[in-house]
Design a protein around this ligand. Structure first.
Ligand code: GLN
Length: 477
């Protein structure tokens, strides 16, 4: 039996469009109908976009005219996270603060995707300003995990992971400051990739932690993730931190890859069956001719603490602009101070306020040396440790998360929520690229839930992650 069109991968859909098995309109209709059908239950989208007849016609005309030479993304329906600007559409970062903000320009990634012929299904739910690991911090209600609707889809890109996993779009875009692409991908059975810092432009992304943020794909296969990455990457004059192709020399690697495993990290807090699934996946990779190498990353134990100092510090600086005067929701009191207080109190949710307070505290004179500067030093040490480890291995592997998707409300204590990011934050602190690929299922309460394996590689070695990921899924790229 053939799959419904909305269940295809990008590679399969591109092939079907070229062979005229179906049209761009039919593919759009299949995704948009499924999105409308599932969204009342899942709340994956904050807004579903109406069909853009011109864009659909243009994509079809390009495929007809260019055939094999048309971009593989031409005519592909994609879900967009609500913190990535699309001209003329609201971009609210799931905050009341930006409920009425309509983007006046396209982000660079939006522009590149539009040029490739992508069609946007809608804007997806997320934790407010991308702070969180469950999408429970959205001002517009949580998103449900399509695999098990009693559980979270991960976060902060939980709307994107739910949208792609429920086949309402062929893939989705997310942003990742501490794991927000990779963790939701792991919790919904998708591939999620965070590029090397600077590989993809941040122009037109609503900033959270400017030294950590990267946009990236959530997709149903490694090949699809790579297609999206290839279209979005590249130097951008609008983002001075973007890399040029020769910023990091890419070292040659053999066909047999050396996989570094930091065994000392695989102890506390990791579910036994997640560890078993990880070991099985590693064993399968060694059978394919790859080798395992023990690596030691002694400072990793401090990564989470460093992240939860640096990230709130940067967030507090970035969010200062939403003061009810220059940007965002405006409420008026009796004085300027009241204007600020009322606008921020009604515009921001409690997690956002917590991080602003934390960030302002660690940057304040008297505390900046004790907290922020110390965390920044830890960041340098982590980077040096990873660089050294890549002397003896090509990638470093661990599970993406310690456990499968959790239930709503289960991590209402902020620190237990932060612990969800223990494996993912280091790639953002070091700026190194990382990918999460489905590695199997574990059972909770009679339901099979997906779990992911996580690979990090050296700066600039993004392509190696796709090669490694394809070895896990058995794809040929
Ligand atoms: N869960 C992490 C946090 O709450 C990561 C967020 C992100 O990557 N945007 O900060």
């Amino acid at each position: 039996m053939t799959k419904p069109l909305n269940e295809l991968t990008i590679v399969e859909a591109a092939k079907g469009l070229r062979s005229k098995t179906f049209s761009v309109q039919e593919l759009w209709d299949a995704c948009s109908a499924e999105a409308a059908r599932r969204n009342p239950e899942l709340n994956a989208y904050l807004e579903l976009f109406p069909a853009d007849a011109d864009a659909i016609a243009r994509a079809q005309a390009r495929i007809d005219a260019e055939g094999e030479n048309a971009s593989l993304l031409c005519g592909i329906p994609l879900a967009m996270k609500d913190n990535i600007l699309i001209e003329g559409h609201v971009a609210s970062a799931a905050s009341k603060m930006l409920a009425n903000y309509t983007a006046t320009y396209d982000s660079t990634v939006t522009k590149k995707l539009k040029e490739a012929g992508v069609l946007f299904v809608g804007r997806t739910n997320m934790d407010e300003f991308a702070m969180g690991s469950s999408t429970e911090h959205s001002a517009y209600g949580p998103t449900k995990n399509p695999v098990d609707v009693t559980r979270v889809p991960g976060g902060s890109s939980g709307g994107s992971s739910a949208a792609a996993s429920a086949h309402t779009a062929l893939a989705a875009l997310g942003t990742d400051t501490g794991g927000s692409i990779r963790q939701p991908a792991a919790h919904t059975g998708l591939v999620g990739m965070k590029p090397t810092y600077g590989r993809i432009s941040r122009s037109g992304l609503i900033a959270l932690g400017s030294s950590l943020d990267q946009a990236g794909p959530l997709a149903k296969s490694v090949a699809d993730a790579k297609i999206l990455y290839d279209v979005m990457k590249g130097h951008d004059p609008l983002d001075a931190t973007t890399l040029t192709d020769d910023t990091y020399p890419v070292k040659e690697v053999g066909k047999s890859l050396r996989i570094g495993v930091p065994r000392h990290l695989l102890v506390e807090g990791l579910d036994a069956d997640v560890l078993e699934s990880f070991e099985r996946t590693l064993a399968a990779l060694t059978e394919k001719g790859h080798t395992l190498v023990d690596v030691s990353l002694p400072t990793s134990g401090y990564a989470l603490s460093a992240y939860y100092v640096i990230m709130p510090a940067e967030a507090s600086a970035n969010l200062a602009r939403y003061d009810g005067i220059r940007y965002g929701l405006a409420e008026r009191g009796e004085s300027l101070l009241e204007d600020y207080v009322q606008s921020k109190s009604s515009g921001f949710g409690s997690e956002t306020i917590r991080r602003i307070l934390l960030g302002t505290f660690v940057l304040s004179s008297g505390y900046i040396d004790a907290y922020y500067r110390k965390a920044d030093k830890a960041r340098d040490v982590l980077r040096a440790e990873y660089d050294a480890a890549f002397g003896s291995c090509d990638v470093i592997a661990f599970p993406t998360t310690p456990s499968p998707a959790f239930r709503f409300g289960e991590k209402s204590d902020p620190v237990s929520m932060y612990l969800e990011d223990v494996f993912t934050v280091t790639a953002n602190l070091t700026g190194m690229p990382a990918i999460s690929v489905p590695m199997g299922m574990v059972e909770r309460d009679g339901v099979s839930l997906p779990v992911g394996i996580h690979f990090t590689s050296a700066h600039g070695a993004d392509d190696l992650l796709f090669t490694m990921g394809a070895e896990v899924t058995g794809e040929t790229l």
